[in-house]
Ligand binder design. Structure first.
Ligand code: NDP
Length: 317
């Protein structure tokens, strides 16, 4: 490892709506933030097509374009945006140490973690092929595009139950694919699904392939894992709701996390259990997971970092 070390006031890890919003606020507060993008610059939104629910874009916007706009806005105020991946962190001392690409050490007075979460996918080739063209991992983001149509959703946890009932309000019919003979979701959520007339539950059902015409989804081939019987359900939308994985491996044993690996922040705050380390966006939110809520907590993190530094300077003076 090289001995190169750089000192910064504010280091931001992650380049989704949370990271870039934190950068905009931190840069405007003269914290001279350095932001490392991670391996997917722009985060999850670069893997979607139309974004229609982010306020300010009256005609909607493509996800990658929106993240370009976020980046430009952060850079306009002087954020130093760098492509790089954080490979280790050491938050034990007064100044936090972060290693980039296993090479460069940065010491930072404040660290804002905005590393996001990753949707879990089934891992089918056809799922990748039609991602953004009928396949989605977010009903709230993309359900609107399937108004009045027939869709399928895979999963049986609280997310799948919540998203199935959301889709049922917009679409004509929801086929819910459950791989066992029972749900994992809470009883209350199950009750809601079972009492929604346009949700048809297919137990013991797994997805073999998403069928399409080369451009859009036209159906889903499912099989019964008891009888091995196959059938194609004619749907135009296929939603995957089998969970998310917060990107927190780096912080294991260092920052407080819940049992699913989401970072725990103090109530009404983005503060973690370590002074000067803040977390915002999906890495600490398994409930809302929206670009706008991530941006909101990004703003909070930068304001809290600024106040933390101001209080520290005041106590030294
Ligand atoms: P969960 O891990 O709870 O559930 C995942 C579901 O996906 C399970 O039913 C699982 O099936 C199924 N699944 C996993 N892999 C596959 C696969 N390859 N093929 C088919 N099905 C698969 O994730 P959630 O996102 O639903 O929930 C995460 C956490 O967030 C939970 O603690 C949940 O309670 C919470 N949550 C709370 C909400 C609320 O309170 N309003 C809303 C949403 C989430 P199986 O059951 O067979 O393992």
């Amino acid at each position: 490892m090289s001995q190169e070390t750089e000192h910064v006031k504010c280091l931001i890890i992650g380049s989704g709506p949370a990271g870039y919003t934190a950068a905009i606020y931190a840069a405007r507060a003269d914290l001279k933030p350095v932001l490392y993008t991670g391996i997917v610059p722009g985060g999850q939104l670069t893997q979607t097509t139309d974004v229609e629910n982010f306020p300010g874009y009256a005609d909607g916007v493509q996800g990658p374009q929106m993240m370009e706009d976020f980046r430009k806005q952060a850079e306009r105020f002087g954020t130093d945006v760098r492509f790089g991946y954080i490979t280790s962190v050491d938050f034990a001392g007064d100044v936090h140490k972060v290693v980039v690409d296993a090479e460069k050490t940065i010491t930072a007075e404040t660290v804002i973690i905005a590393t996001g979460a990753t949707a879990k996918w089934l891992g089918l080739e056809s799922e990748q092929k039609y991602n953004g063209f009928g396949v989605s991992a977010c009903a709230v983001c993309d359900g609107f595009f399937f108004k009045g149509q027939d869709v399928a959703i895979v999963g049986a946890g609280d997310t799948a139950a919540e998203e199935a009932t959301y889709l049922a309000k917009l679409t004509n019919k929801v086929h819910m694919l459950v791989r066992r003979d029972e749900f994992r979701a809470s009883k209350a959520m199950q009750h809601r699904v079972l009492n929604t007339p346009n949700i048809e539950i297919h137990y013991h059902s797994e997805t073999k392939e998403i069928v399409g015409d080369g451009q859009n989804v036209t159906g889903v081939r499912v099989y019964n894992n008891q009888t091995l019987e196959e059938k194609v359900l004619p749907v135009t939308g296929f939603f995957v709701a089998i969970g998310h994985k917060p990107n927190t491996e780096l912080f294991q044993g260092i920052l407080d996390m819940d049992t699913n690996g989401y970072l725990i922040t103090k109530p009404d705050s983005t503060r973690t259990n370590i002074e000067g380390v803040f977390a915002c966006g999906d890495v600490q939110d398994h409930i809302y997971r929206q670009a706008v809520t991530a941006a909101g907590t990004g703003c909070m993190a930068a304001l809290e970092a600024e106040r933390y530094l101001a209080a520290k300077e005041f106590s030294i003076a």
